[in-house]
Design a protein around this ligand. Structure first.
Ligand code: 1BN
Ligand code: ZN
Length: 386
């Protein structure tokens, strides 16, 4: 007999001996096993009960989110919304103050957060503004991070989230020109400026939406601490989004509810990153939000047809569904992992200037930024029924 065969035989014999030889012990063992299984099943049932009941109570939110229908606008309405987006204001008022170092916990970060808050605070819509601060350990020691949040109607039952990160990566300045520092124009000063311009362009309609006490409202999120302080790892990255997703998942909504949370109230998270360079190719990352990606494609096509996009030679050039290169780490991950539907608007491949000192104003393409903001304005207006 082979050595393996002998070993199998020996095990068989030993097991047989142990059980067949001691009757009462066998009964005792069986009873113990039974009791243990019962205890495990009971523990599983008790620990699963609260979350499964939360899921049952969130069923109406999921049903309403899935049944949500966007407005489909006439040509005249498309023209009106597109005309409300002002590329000059986007660049000169919203973007320029953001083009500085914005490292978490520094004076530079505080200055740009103040800029975001004062721009949104000056609008008629009446945003509820909040700085969500927390301290986290980083490879550089403890750092204070601050997400900036703006909600149009905090009491609305559901929310469309429009998000970007406001921090900039720590990179050494140009040794030949120490004044040349990393400003992360596309990463993500321009996405922040685009969101500020969207809120400004749609101000009148957003004010009306709030007055109507619509079921779906808009929330703007400017995450802090997206960038790694050293190497990108699960713990050194996404500080602000990890904190906010966890906070929203344990915040009752509507306030005082024992049944549903703020995170369950999120219909869709639209995350903007690395936008600003010429000819971005933005692909669809998630099947469950494909119908919303289709609305971006349709908005681009319709604006193009009306001649409302500049330096835009072909009907469909930014939003593409015909290829996919795989998922990308970013601020959507903590939300995605908790079941929030996501649209991740990031170019594929990343721009050549990514994480270099060249990610600066000179390498950005103003017509593209204006075009993308127009497309997003139509998308947001359609989604919210403005
Ligand atoms: C995007 C912009 N990211 C950082 N700045 C996220 C990321 C980090 C994506 C590392 C891929 C690799
Ligand atoms: Zn980056």
């Amino acid at each position: 007999m082979s050595r393996a065969g002998r070993r199998a035989n020996a095990l068989h014999v030993n097991n047989g001996h142990a059980l067949a030889g001691c009757g009462p012990l066998r009964v005792l063992l069986l009873c113990l096993c039974g009791a243990l299984s019962l205890a495990v099943v009971l523990a599983l049932y008790l620990s699963a009960e609260p979350s499964s009941s939360l899921q049952q109570h969130a069923a109406h939110l999921i049903r309403d989110r899935n049944a949500h229908k966007p407005n489909k606008y006439s040509v005249a309405q498309i023209k009106k919304f597109a005309a409300q987006v002002d590329g000059h204001r986007l660049w000169e008022t919203h973007l320029r103050p953001l083009l500085n170092e914005r490292v978490p916990g520094t004076a530079g970060s505080q200055t740009i957060r103040q800029h975001i808050l004062s721009q949104l605070g000056s609008l008629s819509a009446g945003w509820t503004l909040e700085e969500n601060s927390f301290v986290s350990s980083t490879p550089k020691g403890k750092v204070t991070f601050t997400n900036v949040l703006a909600v149009l109607d905090p009491s609305a039952s559901r929310r469309l989230l429009l998000a970007c990160h406001h921090d900039s990566k720590i990179l050494p300045a140009d040794p030949k020109n120490p004044k040349r520092v990393f400003v992360g124009a596309s990463d993500s000063a321009i996405p922040c400026a685009m969101i500020l311009e969207l809120a400004t362009a749609l101000d009148t309609q957003l004010e009306a939406l709030k007055r109507q006490r619509s079921a779906v409202t808009l929330q703007l999120v400017f995450f802090d601490g997206e960038e790694a302080f050293e190497e990108w790892t699960e713990t050194d990255s996404l500080y602000g989004s990890r904190h906010l997703a966890e906070l929203m998942a344990r915040t009752p909504h509507p306030s005082g509810s024992t049944k549903t949370t703020l995170l369950q109230a999120v219909d869709l998270l639209v995350l903007l990153d690395l936008l600003g360079g010429p000819e971005p190719l933005i692909v669809n990352h998630f099947d469950n939000t494909a119908r919303w990606f289709d609305r971006l494609i349709a908005a681009e096509r319709r604006l193009h047809k009306q001649g409302l996009l500049t330096s835009h030679p072909s009907e469909q050039s930014y939003f593409r569904k015909d290829f996919y290169l795989g998922p990308v780490q970013d601020d959507h991950i903590p939300f995605l992992n908790r079941g929030v539907p996501v649209l991740h608007l990031i170019p594929t491949p990343f721009p050549v200037f990514w994480h270099t000192l060249d990610d600066a104003e000179e390498r950005m393409h103003r017509p593209t930024v204006e075009n993308l903001t127009r497309i997003l304005a139509i998308f947001v207006a359609e989604y919210l029924g403005l």
